[in-house]
Design a binder for this molecule. Structure first.
Ligand code: FES
Ligand SMILES: [Fe+2]
Length: 435
């Protein structure tokens, strides 16, 4: 439970807010590479932390991220022409390069004028199928993160994202909450046994235990937590351990070990929920694996569009809302489906959005099952306070290559931390096991 002031501090990310200042100190995915599919393609609108930008890919394939509104007299550059290594504003023809250099000002006779001005442009890197940006002060730009999935060829990586009309913290909560899996997702989970997908096999056993034991520890990157479930094996009792890592301010490594999430605030009430699967052996990014995987979890284009979870549909009539009962089908419930909701992704989205765009955490009742959710609050509020006091955000000076989600079975009494030996736990700070 939080006070309303703490909840506001944790959730709001607009300019001038404490958490907004944290977000602007990190490299964050602004969009997917596939949204700018080729040189000189149409520019796209990007909203990030409540601010508006235009992204474009120039003739040489470089990506630019500029303020949406032209620095001359504010026309939207979304209307602009992308041509000849720059974007040209329609209104008076000023033309800008990806780094904000002004290339042309046809309505000003003085040819030197353009050299005296510059448009606001933000640093951009393209890696792992995502276009990343850093919106903070130039002198505080952190090292660019290196995640293992950035090293695999495109064909071995599956990038996708869903639009969720709710605050980013709500979306992250669902990712550090193992105990909802065998309740909310019981119907698709119980069908997982029939699937040949790696993802299905890795989640199948969770259907058997709705009350896993949870332990969580603060780390240098945020926190990690484990869900422990007893399983009976022919050789005796074993404990299935699933360890997830939350990397501040908005990243989660899933216990499956091959799935990473970036939970990016578009604004206070809208989230871009990026999923990245990767495999060194399998071509996850190619058919038929790509479609099989996406369909299994409800992230295929058709399912997302039907549930108002694409950029094109999220502001339309299909947007998840009370009016459409978050796309729940009560007939399906009556016929035995636990939720009456399409698949994993839509089940998560329905409960997340149904709590309200920014849910009121002064009115919740956390239990031992919510230990990791409490840690999430703690890390986010700590990093917001640190930055507000002039300190370094949590998750900046870290070795991203040492962070992972992991799962495996351990013997009773055996230490589950052997699954994540490279994580740097902040001992002494806080490391209490669940009751
Ligand atoms: S408003 Fe863009 S060139 Fe004038
Ligand atoms: Fe879920």
């Amino acid at each position: 439970m939080l006070t309303q002031a703490e909840n506001e501090m944790m959730c709001r990310v607009g300019p001038g807010t404490p958490m907004g200042a944290v977000m602007r100190r990190h490299w964050i995915p602004a969009l997917q590479s596939s949204e700018l599919p080729h040189p000189d393609c149409d520019p796209v609108h990007v909203e990030l932390f409540g601010e508006h930008f235009v992204a474009f890919r120039d003739t040489q394939g470089r990506v630019g991220l500029l303020d949406e509104y032209c620095c001359h007299r504010g026309a939207s550059l979304l209307l602009g022409r992308v041509e000849d290594c720059g974007i040209r504003c329609l209104y008076h023809g000023w033309k800008f390069a990806v780094d904000g250099t002004v290339l042309d000002t046809p309505n000003v006779a003085d040819p030197k004028f353009k050299n005296r001005i510059k448009a606001r442009a933000y640093p951009v890197r393209e890696a792992g199928g995502l276009i990343w940006t850093y919106l903070g002060p130039a002198h505080l730009e952190p090292p660019f993160p290196q995640w293992p999935w950035m090293d695999v060829p495109d064909a071995h990586r599956l990038n996708t994202f869903a639009m969720v009309p709710a605050n980013y913290v709500q979306v992250i909560e669902g990712l550090v909450d193992s105990s909802h899996l065998s309740v909310l997702h019981i119907t698709p989970l119980s069908q997982a046994g029939k699937s040949e997908l790696d993802f299905a096999k890795k989640t199948e056993h969770m259907a058997f235990d709705a009350a896993p034991r949870i332990e969580a520890e603060l780390t240098d990157f945020g926190f990690h937590y484990v869900a422990l479930r007893d399983i009976e094996r022919p050789e005796g009792r074993r404990i299935e351990a699933r360890v997830a890592a939350f990397i501040s301010p908005c990243f989660v490594a899933n216990p499956n070990g091959d799935l990473f999430f970036a939970v990016v605030p578009v604004n206070d009430e809208m989230t871009r929920f990026y999923h990245i699967w990767w495999s060194t052996e399998r071509k996850m990014g190619e058919e038929p694996l790509r479609s099989q995987q996406l369909k299994f979890v409800g992230l295929d284009e058709e399912s997302l569009a039907r549930h108002g979870m694409t950029p094109e549909t999220v502001d339309g009539p299909r947007r998840l809302s009370r009016e459409n009962r978050w796309h729940q089908n009560r007939n399906l419930v009556r016929s035995g489906h636990f939720t009456g909701i399409h698949s994993f992704t839509q089940e998560d989205a329905a409960v997340t959005v149904s709590a309200g765009a920014i849910r009121d955490r002064s009115k919740e009742m956390l239990s031992v099952a919510d230990l990791a959710v409490g840690r999430l609050y703690r890390v986010l509020l700590n990093t917001a306070k640190r930055v507000a006091e002039g300190g370094t955000p949590i998750g900046i000076d870290i070795d991203t290559r040492s962070i992972r989600g992991a799962n495996g079975s351990v013997a009773p009494g055996e230490n589950w931390r052997k699954l994540v030996p490279t994580h740097r736990v902040q001992r002494g700070l806080e490391s209490e096991p669940a009751a």
